[in-house]
Design a protein around this ligand. Structure first.
Ligand code: NAD
Ligand code: DAU
Length: 348
């Protein structure tokens, strides 16, 4: 073959990513553009307080990337943006448990109605693969000696957030059974990493500690979460897009259960800050005690497992926030300050 002969360009598959300006979504969009030349991306996001285009600054002019501002609960706009797409990665959601306790309305609108609209549009466009990005919280809470959640556990959500996600999962199941929609549900444990909004535990505690502000620990601080580095979650989503079996549910987790208080102490040590910053505050109502995931299915069927351990990725994450104080500053608006006052102001 003559050396100057052009290689045929493989046909691009277009994927719609909803919530691509959020924490996991922005990491996912960048991973796709970097590691998957076979896909182009339509990032469909409403840009709520949690969505920030500044997180996507380095890819905004990428030839395989397009941003569309829109609401997942608007069928007309969703159908338009989904036109020509091969697959859908549905991440857009109201995602913070504490906010769902203050006001559950937006959670039902976006997480439940928004998912129904996404499913209708996917049916209309005969989407080849639909990934519903869900959460371990739909399973409820574990006692200390319970085995980890498997995909066969019942859904027993305890917060308005997790109930809205469980409802969305059930709708996805109904669309698979009723209309044969080729959808896969993923249920992942707690993520951490760059670009996470500082209302969630890890970025909130890094930010407060860096500013010598109190670290609010709910209740006795003995709750347990299973932590996964966001890049590992994104890789799992991409593997399931390609190899997940339609109609199936896959747990994703870090096999990394940590007591909240221990995690707080690890971050303080990483930052060289004193434990005297810890302030025990009133517990979250309905607070789930423990999450843990059995990830045997995704490992056996798809060959995915986490690449990062907490001891590798937590210091990396802390350093990212130290180096990117400007990003944090740019995403915390007046709205965030109002929320912070409501959430923590009279909590003691
Ligand atoms: P996030 O809050 O950081 O981002 C959510 C994004 O959705 C934002 O960009 C926001 O603007 C967008 N959005 C909100 N409402 C919208 C609407 N009506 N229409 C269009 N866009 C809208 O959330 P995240 O932490 O990145 O979580 C992403 C998904 O992953 C969610 O579905 C969440 O339930 C799930 N999940 C998160 C975790 C975690 O630890 N963060 C773990 C498991 C599953
Ligand atoms: O498990 C997956 C879920 O993880 C996702 O579905 C959610 O979108 C995501 O927000 C997260 O939910 P959590 O409620 O577990 O995460 P959060 O960071 O809010 O809290 C982690 C733990 O830390 C939880 O036990 C509550 C506690 N906490 C949290 C905050 C914000 C505190 O003790 N103090 C705090 O100020």
């Amino acid at each position: 073959m003559p050396s100057n002969e052009e290689k045929p360009t493989p046909e691009l598959k277009r994927i719609m990513v909803t919530g691509g300006a959020g924490f996991i979504g922005s990491n996912l969009v960048k991973l796709i553009l970097k590691e998957h030349p076979e896909y182009s991306v339509v990032n469909y996001d409403l840009l709520t307080y949690a969505g920030n285009l500044v997180s996507l600054k380095d890819v905004e002019d990428h030839p395989r990337y397009r941003f569309v501002r829109g609401d997942v609960s608007n069928l007309h706009d969703v159908k338009q943006a989904m036109d020509g797409c091969w697959g859908v990665l549905h991440l857009a959601a109201e995602s913070h448990v504490d906010r769902s306790i203050l006001d559950s309305g937006p959670f039902l609108q976006t997480n439940l109605i928004g998912t129904q609209v996404m499913l209708e549009a996917a049916r209309h466009h005969r989407i080849k693969r639909f990934i519903q990005v869900s959460t371990d919280e739909v399973y409820g809470s574990l006692d200390p000696d319970d085995p980890p959640f498997t995909e066969r556990n019942q859904l027993t959500p305890n917060s308005p957030y997790s109930a809205s996600k469980a409802g969305a999962d059930l709708l996805v199941r109904a669309y698979v059974k009723t209309y044969g929609l080729p959808a896969v549900i993923t249920r992942c444990s707690n993520n951490y990493g760059p670009y996470q909004f500082p209302e969630k535990l890890i970025p909130l505690l890094i930010r407060n500690a860096m500013n010598d502000q109190p670290i609010p620990v709910y209740g006795d601080g003995k709750q347990i979460r299973d932590w996964l580095y966001v890049e590992d979650h994104c890789r799992a989503i991409m593997k399931l897009l390609e190899e997940g079996k339609p109609g199936e549910v896959y747990n994703i987790g870090g096999n990394c259960e940590v007591v909240n208080l221990d995690l707080v102490k690890m971050v303080l040590a990483e930052l060289g800050k004193p434990q005297s910053l810890i302030k025990f505050v009133k517990d979250r109502p309905g607070h789930d005690r423990r999450y843990a995931m059995d990830t045997g299915k995704i490992t056996a069927e798809i060959g995915w497992k986490p690449e990062y351990s907490l001891s590798q990725a937590l210091p990396k994450t802390v350093k990212w926030y130290q180096d990117n104080a400007q990003w944090v500053q740019s995403v915390v608006s007046g709205e965030y300050r109002d929320y912070y006052r409501k959430q923590y102001g009279d909590r003691s």
